[in-house]
Design a protein around this ligand. Structure first.
Ligand code: PXP
Length: 241
């Protein structure tokens, strides 16, 4: 069965809005796990706008599932990953001005650099993933880099507003999944997925994990974290393997 990994960044966004102590992403992770999440994701951004170093350390110590660390390919982040040793590192592009990650990593333009960057992380026994667009060139680059996983960016699909664009974006993702699977890459999906649009993937085989943050935290603000996560787990549990 495909799994759900819950991104708790926006619990920290609420906390940082007041530079307060609550809500605590560690508490949110605990509730997400009780509700059936298979993993917890945090993006430690260079500008520390939401998740803080303390959160990552405490989550590693306290969660019972798997910690996924999203990060930019910088020396600072590499050091933190090697120190904290999450279950998985997912490399993402990062721009200070963006509201959220806006697109996939351009892995194809830095194959040698990313291979070298990931080498000590892999050596430390940490799984690796690259957040990339649904693009054959990027998928082939991920294979050359030697990442075990890729996460295909579903944001363009999620942002599409008319039927034709939605269909076209979905087609691109489905084609990308097939290319990746033929190359024996493990495939996760994420960005912009919510309780409605995720149904588009219900009959797609071989997805390892869905990485979802905003829609779950948004629902959690109204109905609570456990209920919001459980609602998503229930949907994903009906999907094909
Ligand atoms: N995957 C990656 C690589 C991301 O950067 C994000 C956003 O932090 C997500 C998944 C989750 O996206 P959303 O918050 O839109 O569910």
């Amino acid at each position: 069965m495909p799994k759900l990994a819950v991104n708790v960044d926006h619990i920290a966004t609420i906390r940082q809005a007041r530079l307060a102590k609550e809500p605590d992403p560690v508490h949110a992770a605990f509730l997400a796990e009780l509700a059936g999440a298979s993993g917890i994701i945090v993006h430690l951004r260079e500008d520390r706008r939401h998740i803080q170093d303390r959160d990552v350390k405490l989550l590693k110590q306290t969660i019972k599932t798997k910690l996924h660390l999203e990060m930019a390919a910088t020396d600072e982040m590499q050091k933190i990953a090697l120190d904290i040793r999450p279950y998985m590192v997912c490399l993402v592009p990062e721009k200070r001005q963006e509201l959220t990650t806006e697109g996939g990593l351009d892995a194809a333009s830095k194959i040698d650099f990313l291979k070298g960057f990931l080498a000590p992380i892999k050596e430390a026994g940490i799984k690796t993933s690259l957040f990339i667009d649904a693009d054959e060139i990027q998928i082939e680059a991920a294979k050359k880099i030697g990442s075990e996983y890729i996460e295909i960016h579903t944001g363009h699909f999620a942002d599409a507003t008319d039927d034709l664009s939605i269909r076209n974006e979905l087609k691109k993702i489905l084609k990308a999944i097939k290319i990746a699977q033929d190359l024996k890459l493990k495939v996760n999906l994420g960005h912009g997925l919510n309780y409605e649009n995720i149904w588009a993937f219900s009959k797609v085989h071989g997805i390892c994990e869905y990485s979802i943050g905003h829609s779950i935290v948004a629902r959690a603000a109204l109905v609570g974290m456990e209920r919001a996560v459980r609602d998503m787990v229930e949907i994903i549990s009906t999907f094909v393997d």
